[in-house]
Design a protein around this ligand. Structure first.
Ligand code: 3PG
Length: 305
């Protein structure tokens, strides 16, 4: 079988070597397309592919139609909002993700952003500490749970809300469950977003919600930019000069946010999962899932059933 790794944002070289070793050991062939700049390059590379390993690459109906042989696409990572899963389902193409494999990397970046924020973006003046602050985790999935684990080490008070996770699971991690999202925003000094981008969550982080935060509140986003209502957050930051917003996903309105000097920071490129370890874990998991799919029809990680 021909397995295409198509990554506009490449994996670490060690991860590619690991994926190649797994796939070739199972008797399949690897084709590599990295740093492509045009959809045409992707469409060309997909021709004749039986399987694909991708990251946040946009896998739309054109890509899914580009190979008659395509049977499975594995997103080496958690979020699959960049893939047309419904169209794939109609075509009988299996879409899978690799949940949890890059979660620690994203969680660590949350604290990189937070230390930077509470220390005034390293402006030389006295900042504050994370110890003793109330951290609110919105969605208690793999990343949220890693954030809770690390926050305990910082001596933070940790709270979480997740509409789909039982309170007992949150409590068993030593975290205080909140009744709803509003309560989380009202209670915490810092709110860290870990919700996926869905119809339900799109633009849900808006003026009213973030406006509930206490004086000096910090919003940190390592999830998806689509969950933020950007015009409303800009309006709020203009009115509430005490609030800070730090993000790993550059907003569309980056230049508007950049006006809030000393209160806004964005990484240059989404890099929460950009570690050699996360690339290797997610990439090799994807390779194993593809091998298992071709060997036994295993679809345990399918997200478009
Ligand atoms: C994910 O959904 O797994 C993370 O957002 C990482 O995405 P990336 O592989 O595009 O860096």
């Amino acid at each position: 079988m021909k397995v295409l790794i198509a990554t506009e944002k490449p994996f670490a070289a060690t991860a590619v070597e690991g994926i190649k070793a797994e796939i070739e050991a199972a008797g399949h062939e690897i084709v590599l397309l990295e740093k492509y700049t045009d959809k045409i390059q992707l469409l060309d590379a997909v021709k004749n592919a039986d399987a694909m390993i991708v990251r946040s690459d946009k896998i739309d109906s054109d890509v899914l139609d580009a190979s008659d042989k395509l049977k499975i696409v594995v997103r080496a990572g958690a979020g699959y909002d960049s893939i047309d899963t419904e169209y794939a389902k109609k075509k009988g193409i299996v879409i899978e993700n690799t949940p949890g494999q890059n979660a620690n990397a994203v969680a660590e970046l949350v604290f990189g952003l937070l230390v930077f924020a509470v220390r005034g973006f390293y402006n030389g003046k006295s900042g504050t500490e994370l110890k003793g602050k109330k951290l609110g985790i919105l969605a208690f999935g793999n990343v949220g749970r890693n954030v809770a684990r690390i926050a305990a080490g910082f001596g933070m008070e940790v709270y979480a809300y997740d509409a789909y996770c039982p309170k007992e699971v949150i409590e068993s991690a030593g975290v205080k469950p909140m009744e709803n999202q509003e309560e989380l925003f009202c209670t915490c000094d810092i709110v860290s977003l870990h919700i996926p981008a869905t119809h339900e969550t799109k633009e849900s982080i808006n003026y009213a919600m973030v406006g509930k935060m206490k004086k000096g509140g910090i919003l940190v986003n390592t999830a998806r930019k689509e969950v933020i209502n950007e015009p409303e957050l800009i309006k709020l930051l203009a009115e509430r000069t005490d609030l800070k917003f730090v993000t790993d996903i550059k907003p569309d309105a980056d230049s508007e946010f950049a006006k809030f000097e000393g209160r806004y920071f964005s990484t240059p490129k989404k890099m929460g999962a950009q570690t050699s370890e996360a690339n290797t874990n997610a990439g090799i998991a994807a390779a194993k899932q593809i091998n298992s799919f071709f060997a036994t029809g295993d679809t345990r990680f399918q997200v478009n059933k």
